[in-house]
Design a protein around this ligand. Structure first.
Ligand code: NAD
Ligand code: UD1
Length: 331
């Protein structure tokens, strides 16, 4: 298949491009490099021995998309491109709604014009808001998002579902990711946020490296086994493999929703301890106030993806920690 990967030089997109190329698919990447570097294209080539076609372009740029669809007969789109910083989205809602929603509307319109009706969309566990219980199943209610970033995911899920209602030629897969961490074993691609990281794992690896003095753990008074927040950390390679399973089984028509998680919840302290065990490095930390908008527990029931796609996450928390650390050291 020839697959257009929007946001393909980003963290999850790059790992997915590697696996697509490894199984023999043709990959065309479109990315405006707002949160990634062109050197990732060469890294993907180094890992796979195949160079994906790369367009530095914005998904808001209709003409650029039109040229891409005209030049390449695209069979399906995996749509990663989007802005994803929760705090920044609160400060810049218009930028987030414009980039993520208008960008996706533009993409969908161009796809339709060119007769391409298959799309896999990067959604997030954030669409469940504060779940009534865990583990979270796909049929749990969505809504109650606490920031514009999360709301873009919620709205886009709705828009994509409406599209199918209007025209049964569409095949839409909504993938709700839990917490991806870790990096490719080559250490050539991984999560490399600019500035001070917001997410837990890149913060931990920078403390390990000595770039940051200590980790602040946001609250130890949650109703969890040790009081710290519980999440479903998933190796980015497993997450990428989930996309491969989806693409290989994609129906001709319909809307499907899958959680991509491990089905196991680990606390912030569990992760710190697993990191220490697997790397031998001590992580100094301090307990601080809760972070606004955080929930106590968020972890998946991934049974539907296993049942319908034959996919399940394989890597242990220690493996995730080790690969994240190896990537940090190498970069
Ligand atoms: P990322 O920032 O590393 O990758 C996104 C890529 O999209 C970047 O390379 C960026 O340059 C590009 N991009 C952004 N806006 C664009 C535009 N208008 N036109 C073209 N390119 C554009 O993020 P990621 O972690 O790889 O996430 C990929 C997707 O998965 C995002 O949609 C994100 O919201 C979603 N997601 C991520 C997580 C996570 O924890 N990383 C969790 C849930 C959902
Ligand atoms: C966050 C976003 C989510 C987004 C995801 C990926 C919120 C509320 N949710 O998920 O929408 O899809 O990132 O971008 O922001 N923690 C610390 N210290 C730190 C960093 C984090 O204790 O320095 C804790 C958090 O309180 C949380 C856990 O670690 O309990 C995981 O945090 P994080 O990695 O930011 O992910 P989420 O908040 O789950």
């Amino acid at each position: 298949m020839r697959i257009l990967v929007t946001g393909g030089t980003g963290y999850i997109g790059s790992h997915t491009c590697v696996q697509l190329l490894e199984q023999g698919d043709e990959v065309v990447i479109v990315d405006n490099l707002s949160n990634s570097k062109e050197s990732v294209v060469s890294a993907i080539e180094k890992i796979t021995g195949k160079r994906p076609v790369f367009y530095r372009a914005d998904i808001l740029d209709r003409e650029a998309l039109d040229t891409i669809f005209y030049t390449h007969k695209i069979d399906a789109v995996i749509h990663f491109a989007g802005l994803k910083a929760v705090g920044e989205s609160v400060a810049k809602p218009l930028e987030y709604y414009h980039n993520n929603i208008t960008g996706t509307l533009t993409l969908l319109d161009v796809m339709r014009e060119h007769g391409c009706f298959k799309i896999v969309f990067s959604s997030s566990a954030t669409v469940y808001g504060t779940p009534a219980s865990v583990p979270i199943r796909e049929d749990f209610p969505t809504g109650g998002t606490t920031n514009p970033y999360g709301t873009t995911k919620l709205y886009l899920e709705r828009i994509l579902s409406d599209l199918y209602v209007s025209d049964k030629r569409w095949s839409v897969v909504l993938l709700r990711y839990f917490n991806p961490i870790g990096a490719h074993e080559s250490c050539l691609i991984g999560d490399n946020p600019n500035g001070i990281p917001n997410n837990l794992m890149p913060y931990v690896t920078r403390v390990a490296k000595g770039t940051l003095p200590k980790l602040c753990i946001y609250g130890n008074d949650y109703p969890t086994h040790d009081g710290t927040g519980v999440r479903d950390f998933i190796h980015v390679e497993d997450l990428a493999a989930g996309h491969i399973a989806v693409v290989n089984k994609m129906a001709d028509s319909g809307v499907k929703v899958y959680n991509l998680g491990t089905g196991v919840g680990y606390s912030v302290l569990d992760l710190v301890q697993a990191f220490e065990r697997s790397t031998g490095i001590k992580i100094p930390y301090e307990i601080t106030d809760r972070r606004p908008g955080d929930i106590a527990e968020c972890w998946s029931d991934p049974a539907k993806a296993e049942r319908e796609l034959g996919w399940r996450a394989k890597h242990t928390l220690e493996e995730m920690c080790r690969s994240a650390w190896n990537f940090e050291k190498a970069n």
